[in-house]
Write a protein that binds this ligand. Structure first.
Ligand code: BG6
Length: 524
């Protein structure tokens, strides 16, 4: 296994409590007319403006190849907001406030003249603020194929400059969208490139799962309560199931998905992030590096998925046509830009073992797929059965185990399933005793109303405040690749002739169930 690079520590504080206002800054979005900007970034910026979390001298510069003026770009963003499913109602005053601070620069990112144009526009915009040196946030909402040239040009043109410490002002920060590389080698090369030009404290690698309230709550739930942590280990936990099931298909992204497949798209990032948060040790403090150090330690302890030349215990499959939410949907191979003979997996399930003192012997089962029966992401901790069968063998066999479930989405919340005596019911072996599982349920919606902040809003604010806790550090991203890469490598060297298939709208292929048989359990 290759060794990820060591990283300098960033002693950045984790902000806490009520939300701080962003630092004054100019945000430059490369890919300013793209899908991500329209669907996620502009709505998130709008919400920050609505909550008055952006300072008066905030400015936004969209950069794209299209021919646009400031006005036509503003109109394009306004149109995108009215289509966005993230925004319920646009307040005209807030939009006008944002509009006055939104600008556009056209150009091809691979050419020098684009950067000269951006520089001119930034000078115009920033000179109005009366500040000589402005903080700048560069957001790369662009395909990975143009990361390298964009980063190189950004530095060469002097638009973004290296700062030597987290405290240095004005700050320059770079946000990099996923996927961060397509393999361990490419992620290492990208890290080298980025870290040749910038300090780690300037780089914000996004995994939007970390911006979800319910994901952040995993740490609060675990470490702000003392009742669960004593049980959170191999002595009490029988196994853990982490699921990220989606009912959507590839949503017109067939070209990207053909190259990615489910392991790169969901496991290397989102699922391994959930795994680290569920399995990590308590950090020594709630600072960015203390938290990330503990997450990296979990990744270091993962037993390699490929042992010698043995086939990895990873089930992969692809969806067929079927019915989802009452609508019939086509097979993956009938999606646009997907060849009819594609062998790209849209579902995977795997067993992950964490070889450390806390978790040795406790399987973590991970699964994710497109076009499954329902959209649901959750972590379920299943506890061991009681050591002694007091209530009659039959009753215990019927007993479902105690399970603590952290629902990431939808219906964010936490529930605890445990056994109670059914009132009055009799059981033939232990008269007077029949046992029923019940759920104790907490939902965010009921407790706090349905106004959770969208993930991108949280993450963008963190970039502007300078809190990297919810972003992936260079060693973390490489460690995650070093877990997934050997499986991709194995599959590359031993190409499958066909893949198991599952009907759209189901819970995946039969093969995924076999993975759990050895542990006498099944998928939830
Ligand atoms: C993205 C993947 O990172 O996450 C998509 O590229 C996937 O394929 C999406 O649909 C899932 O995110 P969410 O927030 O909708 O669960």
């Amino acid at each position: 296994m290759k060794t990820p690079q060591a990283v300098p520590l960033i002693r950045a504080p984790r902000r806490r409590g009520s939300r701080d206002k962003a630092d004054p800054c100019t945000m430059v979005i490369f890919g300013g007319a793209g899908d991500l900007t329209k669907r996620k970034l502009i709505p998130a910026i709008y919400y920050l403006a609505e909550q008055k979390l952006l300072p008066d001298n905030f400015a936004l510069l969209g950069v794209a190849r299209d021919q646009n003026t400031d006005d036509s770009y503003r109109a394009m963003m306004r149109e995108a907001m009215s289509r966005s499913d993230e925004i319920h109602k646009v307040n005209d005053d807030v939009w006008q406030w944002l509009c006055q601070r939104t600008f556009y620069a056209g150009g091809d990112f691979t050419r020098d003249d684009a950067y000269a144009n951006i520089k001119t526009r930034l000078n115009e915009i920033e000179s109005k603020s009366g500040e000589e040196d402005r903080n700048r946030l560069f957001y790369l909402a662009i395909p990975p194929s143009v990361f390298e040239t964009t980063l190189t040009h950004l530095c060469a043109s002097g638009l973004a400059r290296r700062t030597h410490s987290y405290e240095e002002r004005p700050w320059n920060r770079i946000v990099i969208e996923k996927p961060f590389g397509t393999s361990l080698d490419s992620a290492m090369a990208l890290n080298r490139l980025v870290l040749d030009e910038f300090g780690e404290h300037q780089i914000y690698r996004i995994d939007h799962y970390l911006g979800k309230e319910s994901v952040q709550n995993i740490l609060v739930f675990r470490f702000a309560n003392s009742i669960f942590e004593p049980l959170w280990n191999r002595h009490y936990v029988s196994h853990v199931q982490i699921t990220a099931a989606e009912s959507v298909g590839v949503e017109g992204r067939g070209k990207y998905y053909e190259e990615a497949g489910v392991l790169r798209d969901m496991f290397q990032n989102h699922l391994l992030q959930l795994l680290t948060l569920a399995a990590m040790e308590p950090p020594s403090s709630f600072t960015a590096d203390a938290v990330r150090d503990e997450k990296v330690k979990v990744l270091h302890s993962v037993r390699p998925l490929v042992q010698g030349d043995c086939e990895p215990a990873v089930v992969r499959a692809q969806y067929d046509g079927g019915t989802v939410d009452g609508k019939s949907v086509p097979a993956y191979t009938s999606e646009p830009d997907v060849p009819a003979n594609s062998l790209t997996p849209t579902f995977a399930a795997m067993r992950v073992d964490i070889n450390n003192w806390r978790w040795k012997g406790v399987p973590f089962y991970l699964r994710s797929g497109k076009r499954m029966a329902r959209r649901i992401s959750e972590i379920a901790i299943q506890f061991r059965s009681p050591p002694l069968l007091l209530f009659g063998q039959k009753a215990v066999e019927e007993m479902s185990p105690s399970v603590l479930t952290m629902r990431v989405q939808p219906d964010e919340g936490i529930s605890l399933r445990f056994q109670v005596k059914t009132p009055g019911a009799m059981h033939e072996l232990t008269p007077g005793l029949e046992i029923t599982p019940v759920d104790m349920d907490f939902t965010y919606g009921e407790a706090f109303g349905n106004d959770a902040h969208p993930a991108y809003e949280t993450l963008l604010l963190d970039c502007m405040i300078g809190d990297p806790t919810l972003f992936t550090r260079s060693d973390e991203v490489e460690m995650a690749w070093s877990i997934i890469d050997p499986v991709l490598d194995y599959w590359g060297k031993h190409p499958a002739r066909s893949l198991p298939r599952y009907p759209a709208g189901s819970w995946g292929p039969e093969e995924a169930n076999k993975l759990l048989l050895g542990d006498h359990t099944r998928w939830r």
